[in-house]
Design a protein around this ligand. Sequence first.
Ligand code: FAD
Length: 494
Amino acid sequence: MADYDVIVIGAGNAALAASVSATENGAEKVLVLEAAPKKMRGGNTHWSGGVFRFAFVNARDLEPLLPGIEDQYPNFYDGVTPYPYEDFMGDLVRVTGGRTDPVLSDILVSNSRDTVMWMHAVGKIPMEPAIGLSGVNKDGVIQWQRGLVVRAEHEGVGLSTAWFATAESMGVEIRYESAATGLIQDSGGRVTGVTVQGAGASEDITAGAVVLACGGFEANAEMRLQYLGAPWDRAKVRGTPHNRGDGLRMAMDIGAEKAGQWDGCHSTPISADWGDYAPRELTDKSNRLSYLYGVLLNREGLRFLDEGMDVNFLTYAKYGRIILTQTQGMAFQFFDQKTVGLLEPRYSTSEPVVADTLDELIGKLEIDDKDEALKSLEAYNAAACDPGGFDPSQKDGLSTSGLDIEKTNWAIRLDDPPFHAYTVTGGITFTFGGLKIDADARVIGDGGKPIPGLYTCGEMVGGLFHDNYGAGSGLVSGATFGRIAGRSAAKFDG
Ligand SMILES: Cc1cc2nc3c(=O)[nH]c(=O)nc-3n(C[C@H](O)[C@H](O)[C@H](O)COP(=O)(O)OP(=O)(O)OC[C@H]3O[C@@H](n4cnc5c(N)ncnc54)[C@H](O)[C@@H]3O)c2cc1C
């Protein structure tokens, strides 16, 4: 008789969804192993903005998640555009350059709405509109980026707190400071337990099935160098310091197959002022994602990407990487008075550098070639548009004309002082490479067969994301595959 029906390794969104699902599907004894001490529990999920991307056909499909929202925002549903399956799938295929796994992406997108409803109903996660993040006020109505309307109340902190409360109320046991170090197999290859390093000696705990949900390798500088290459070893980490690739290593040690883009990761423009790890209490407030309304220069004083290629939540995850590969991993965002009011509230966690002229502003920044920087901004201004038609709520087609790298939307001149600048770098969020799974979240081993008794979910799933990512997909993917993994593990009978 095993010690537990199901052991779940990790205690983030994917793990706790798996533990709740396993319990819901009949597992009586479920153990969650969390490497972190209780005060650091919850993984990247705690640090996250708690935003959920999901498909829906009618704006009013959101009503069960946001009861009474029109009392607070009378025109709320007027600003919500439907985001059907085809649009979510289209965005996922487009941002990943067609490389998203077709089976896994279909599971993610087709289950996305039901997953969020389940998180709300069974996971008891209160939700709210993602105000201040994806909504832009236009003529008194908040216009939402498509598919990105809802988040967990109190963002990632609220999401994590709610998941722990629900799992505990369902009888799931949670052990802190308990890092899994290896998987135990019987002679037939079935996974029968986990070796755990607690505060004292290491211990073997047996289980009917094991779910790996312990994140990627984003907090492990050696693995970053090995798989992502330089300069990723010196990237600042946006989330938990505990995701060190343990689960990936443990699974590969027993023959699990890798899948997805092992040399790719999610990385975003963040404030360069932050330390190597984001402070837990400031969660995701390091993000600097309003670049679409401004201009970005590197230390050579040159523009190096199209700031207005798309809405920020479809470009930010690749622009972090591009910034990190600039000299000293740095860049500078410039805004004027026409756009400073549009900066997302997270900018308030650092002080802008301010000046009355562009020349003076450049002089205050760590730009190596200041003459080139002024030339770049003047060339940009000469090629940019009148602000007439500027529409921050959607791609407005206001493009520069005649530059080597055009800014293809929101390209209005920087001419309304005082000017503001922010120094940014690329911070790593999570890694894209993971394990190969099937539609039941079973981990596939060498030879293409599932490893009996082993499941995975969350950041550990390989194949969904390549090069880029649409905001809000990580949590919905984690809960979708966590729910499947928990159900499969509960029903596994050898
Ligand atoms: C700053 C930030 C903002 C984000 N915002 C959003 C957002 O708004 N929307 C969105 O969809 N996504 C967002 N993401 C991404 C999202 O947070 C992740 O995709 C998601 O939380 C991953 O969930 P997970 O359960 O796979 O991993 P995590 O939540 O990271 O959980 C992994 C768990 O495994 C534990 N662990 C690690 N090693 C071991 C071990 N050996 N033994 C036991 N436990 C171990 C960790 O301590 C942790 O509890 C954000 C991420 C960050 C960092």
